[in-house]
Write a protein that binds this ligand. Structure first.
Ligand code: CA
Length: 221
């Protein structure tokens, strides 16, 4: 689970990040609208929290651009403008929830967790492709135990079979900007996952698309 929080009040941003990370949710911060938009458009987040009043570009503009780009990431808007009209306007524009400032950190954390619990975000616990079954709750592949990172990477492939997944995407999604992730982390994990797939007698395999990334494909591809 990875959340983007775009907030120019750094003290508040740090408090929310600290609180969510204690509960196992990774948080990337952006402190102005341009940085926020750039990160949101990476499409690696399970939830985006947007303050409305931001330097450079407002939260409302970020939301608009995200929806124009057909990103369906759930968005929670934050605003000191607590009028009902403002709330309706933002929910109309494609926000999923709205919280008026000032709020208690715990309240925002509860709203984020409620969104992450939605069935369209938290996928079914078991994912299938060809003859492989990934159990996300128990972190197993055809019954074999995986590490958390192996399970996360495999989830990305199972979410988008036969689609190109770039190394940069995996690095950002699994290790995050705060991580010490490097290109060769991805390579070594892909090689571990390939061995696991072989051990699981998988008919699916991960192929390398030279200079671009990887694809999970079935036996006939
Ligand atoms: Ca602000």
């Amino acid at each position: 689970m990875r959340v983007l929080y775009v907030e120019d009040e750094k003290f508040l941003a740090d408090a929310v990040k600290h609180n969510l990370e204690k509960q196992g949710i990774s948080v990337d911060l952006a402190h102005d609208g341009e940085e926020g938009l750039e990160k949101a458009l990476m499409d690696i987040y399970d939830c985006v929290v947007l303050d409305i009043m931001l330097p450079k570009l407002s939260g409302t503009d970020i939301l608009k651009r995200m929806r124009e780009k057909k990103l369906n990431t759930p968005v929670i808007m934050l605003s000191a403008l607590s009028e009902v009209e403002s709330k309706i306007e933002h929910l109309d524009k494609g926000a999923d929830d709205y919280l008026a400032k000032p709020f208690k950190t715990a309240e925002l954390v509860a709203r984020i967790k409620a969104i992450l619990r939605r069935p369209n975000i938290v996928d079914d616990t078991k994912m299938n492709y060809e003859n492989i079954v990934l159990d996300k709750t128990n972190m197993t592949l055809n019954g074999m135990q995986l590490t958390a990172k192996e399970a996360e990477i495999l989830t990305e492939f199972m979410n988008s079979p036969e689609k190109l997944i770039s190394k940069e995407f995996l690095l950002a999604k699994v290790w995050g900007e705060d991580g010490m992730g490097e290109d060769n982390y991805v390579e070594s994990y892909i090689s571990r996952i390939r061995k696991l797939l072989k051990k699981a007698h998988s008919k699916a395999k991960i192929i390398t698309i030279r200079n671009l990334g990887y694809k999970l494909v079935g036996k006939n591809v």
